[in-house]
Unconditional design. Structure first.
Length: 322
């Protein structure tokens, strides 16, 4: 072989080997990082998707729970993972869109360090009051709150949480003044609403749905674009004259921006296939979530919009982490 051709072959060998490795991907189990403890919403979604993804990929998909810092720790694990295509994760609005704008920030930039895969689910965040509340609709609540600034209390799950930011968005849109009271979890917040310790609050639909269905709570509005099949009688905020109230939690799949294109495409195909499977979609719907399955461009644009939206709410209200 001519020396020039031999040199070209030697230089090209690593690229050929890498391409063949990507074509063969995956050849071993994949790690699916969940940045919360087992049993939480992100974990439930991941465990519903993982078996279907494993069947498509032809390798086990192993859940790795890495909780801490409201999901930031687990997201950072994915960002810092070896860029070999074998680690990806699921993150919620808190760690991917809200935490970066809070005072403590995050060790990653969600718009630069993450490769969006697809939105797993959208989790509606309805505004609810106890069943004994005098407010039969949103207009009555707003009218009373305007007449009595600071008289009503609303519940949150802490400074910078989705219920807190959703309430801040609502109060700004309606021109209201209320007192926020923080609780340690969505379950505690729901209990406080049931006991009328707070007169209203936002929370993830799965936390509230059993109480709404039992008639112990009343939903007044939802921040989704359309009404929800679980509570079709409840209007959207847009229908109620407050189109700027756009508050929903969500859980999306992502990888490190350093992941090679071949493995990333394979994981995307497996995730979208799982979310398109009717039994999977039915199970997610039973959890009180709207199944996703959009492409990476759409999810990336959605993520950018969420970062901008919640960053503005945080700045406007001078919200600081606890």
């Amino acid at each position: 072989m001519h020396k020039r051709h031999l040199l070209a072959a030697l230089l090209g060998a690593p690229f050929v080997a890498r391409a063949r490795a990507e074509d063969a991907f995956p050849t071993r189990p994949l790690r699916f990082v969940v940045p919360f403890a087992a049993g939480g919403p992100s974990d439930i979604v991941a465990r519903i998707l993982a078996p279907h993804m494993a069947a498509t990929l032809g390798q086990p998909v192993i859940i790795d729970n890495r909780s801490g810092a409201g999901g930031v720790t687990g997201v950072d694990v994915v960002v810092r993972a070896a860029p070999d295509g074998y680690t990806f994760g699921i993150g919620s609005a808190g760690a991917l869109a809200i935490a970066p704008g809070l005072g403590r920030g995050t060790p990653y930039d969600p718009l630069k360090d993450l490769a969006p895969i697809t939105q797993g689910v959208l989790v509606p965040e309805p505004l609810v009051v106890p069943a004994a509340s005098p407010y039969r609709g949103l207009a009555a609540l707003i009218a009373d709150a305007r007449q009595r600034p600071g008289a009503l209390n609303y519940g949150t799950t802490g400074s910078g949480s989705m219920p807190h930011l959703a309430a801040a968005q609502f109060l700004a849109a309606a021109g209201l003044e209320m007192v926020g009271i923080a609780y340690n979890s969505g379950g505690q917040l729901a209990t406080a609403i049931l006991r009328n310790e707070v007169q209203l609050g936002f929370a993830d639909l799965p936390v509230l749905l059993p109480q709404i269905a039992a008639g112990a709570m009343r939903a007044l509005a939802v921040g989704t674009r359309e009404r929800l099949s679980w509570i079709p009688e409840v209007p959207t905020f847009a229908e109620s004259g407050l189109p700027s109230v756009d508050a929903s939690n969500w859980h999306g799949l992502f990888a490190s921006a350093r992941m090679p294109a071949g493995p990333l495409a394979a994981i995307r195909r497996a995730a979208v296939a799982a979310l398109g499977d009717e039994p999977v979609r039915r199970r997610l719907h039973e959890q009180g979530a709207l199944p996703g399955g959009d492409g990476p461009e759409a999810f990336g644009a959605f993520l950018a919009g969420e970062v901008a939206k919640w960053g503005e709410v945080i700045r406007r209200n001078n919200i600081q982490p606890e």
